[in-house]
Design a protein around this ligand. Structure first.
Ligand code: NAP
Ligand code: MG
Length: 401
């Protein structure tokens, strides 16, 4: 039986996706590939038992071997601290891994005939590249009670001070400070350009540099500098392009396009527009996600969470109709990348066959409940299957090939 030469870093997770994870390995992968893995259990009980050291170890393993596949995990909040009797509110595992890999998150929908994007022109998937550091996500805010004057002060470590007046408040108001770093923006640019070469897709980037001349202007300039000095020739050789536009123009162009590009977005723009793009393509359960580091390490996962509501139904002994497609594509993405790095084309071919089998099952009208209302194809009456029935249907399609 085929086996991957270098260990794949396998990261276990929580709740319904943990259940799906076991099914996918048993029903779809196990019969075809003898997996060689370096396993880390990031299920919340194990994070608690190891004081979250297991998360750091998993990130280190991805750095060592280069490719990981991750199941969705619970990000603890107050309710989870109670539910799992946690000694601390552990950080989001994704944030820990992202920080360790200095990565950028790329999200792309799985495109299926019969599930038409709400925007009819979008015949190719749009890949969102969201910068995952800084801006309003690391902000500092003050609510101003009455008349006041606000200044921006930066004190250099050599003692030099820079001051700018923000505003003189006549009455109550709000003020906010945000930042980013050249190092993080440069990593973001490289991650986008590397992924574009890997995927042979154009890169579109947009900011509001006409209004935010220094802040957004820096994003624009760093992208342009990195592109010219490191990527222009490689892009020309690969026949792909880099394009910069104002963010509002960029939105209008994307809506009018047929898709197919990598759309690089600042942190907030990426947060807002990735949910819009996912909704236009149909379902969060069809959105794949990969974290790519500037030095070419890859971590594949589904964009959705642990599907808690379905898990409680599963625990109560009821069948669920949980869509496994994004999780299957996390596995196929990771196997294909591992196969590419290890020169094992038979494993890459298996990954492609498994992706095709999942898409074929849906195109023949077999799907989970979340897709039922989205599916329209002449002569095909869609049927909703439960999780296991759907996985076995995919296995049937896989066996035909
Ligand atoms: P979620 O797990 O994505 O689920 C939200 C809802 O979306 C579900 O209740 C379900 O709707 C639908 N859905 C999502 N994935 C689906 C699938 N594969 N098949 C069918 N329906 C699907 O988000 P959440 O409930 O907000 O978060 C649950 C937990 O996941 C939280 O603890 C959160 O911290 C964690 N989370 C982890 C990650 C990650 O590890 N990457 C990402 C996000 C959230 P219906 O109930 O209407 O069927
Ligand atoms: Mg969001």
């Amino acid at each position: 039986m085929l086996s991957n030469r270098t260990p794949l870093v396998e990261i276990g997770g929580d709740e319904m996706t943990r259940v799906l994870w076991g099914y996918i390995k048993e029903i779809l992968i196990g019969p075809h590939i003898k997996l060689n893995v370096d396993y880390y259990d990031l299920g919340l009980p194990e994070r608690e038992r190891t004081a979250d050291k297991v998360t750091v170890a998993a990130a280190e393993a991805i750095k060592k071997y280069g490719v990981g596949v991750k199941c969705a995990t619970i990000t603890p909040n107050a309710q989870r601290v109670e539910e799992y009797k946690l000694s601390q509110m552990w950080l989001s595992p994704n944030a820990t891994i992202r920080a360790a890999l200095d990565g950028t998150v790329f999200r792309a929908p799985v495109v299926v005939k019969g599930i038409r994007p709400l925007i009819g022109r979008w015949t190719k998937p749009i890949v969102i590249a969201r910068h995952a550091y800084g801006d309003v996500y690391k902000n500092c805010e003050i609510a101003v009670a009455g008349a006041a004057s606000a200044e921006l002060v930066v004190t250099a470590h050599n003692g030099r001070e820079m001051r700018r007046k923000i505003v003189d408040f006549a009455g109550a108001g709000i003020v906010q400070g945000i930042h980013n770093t050249d190092a993080s923006i440069t990593s973001f640019a490289r991650a986008c350009f590397n992924y574009a070469l890997d995927q042979r897709r154009d890169v579109w980037f947009g900011t509001k540099d006409t209004i935010s001349k220094t802040y957004d202007g820096r994003f624009k300039d760093i992208f342009a500098g990195v592109f010219e000095s490191e990527y222009a020739q490689k892009f020309a050789d690969a026949g792909i392009k880099y394009e910069y536009n104002l963010i509002d123009d960029s939105v209008a162009r994307v809506i009018r396009s047929e898709g197919g590009m990598i759309w690089a977005l600042k942190n907030y723009d990426g947060d807002v527009l990735s949910d819009m793009v996912a909704s236009v393509y149909g379902s969060l359960a069809m959105m794949t996600s990969v974290l790519v580091s500037p030095d070419g390490k890859f971590e594949y996962e589904a964009a959705h969470g642990t599907v808690t509501r379905h898990y409680y139904r599963h625990l109560a002994g009821e069948p669920t109709s949980t869509n496994p497609v994004a999780t299957i594509f996390a596995w196929t993405g990771a196997l294909a990348k591992r196969a590419e790095l290890d020169a094992q084309p038979e494993i890459a071919a298996f990954a492609k066959r498994l992706e095709n089998a999942a898409v074929t099952a849906i195109e023949r009208g077999y799907m989970t409940r979340d897709l039922l209302g989205l599916f329209r194809a002449d002569g095909v009456t869609p049927v909703a299957l439960n999780t296991l029935e759907f996985l076995h249907k995919i296995a049937e399609c896989l066996a035909e090939r």
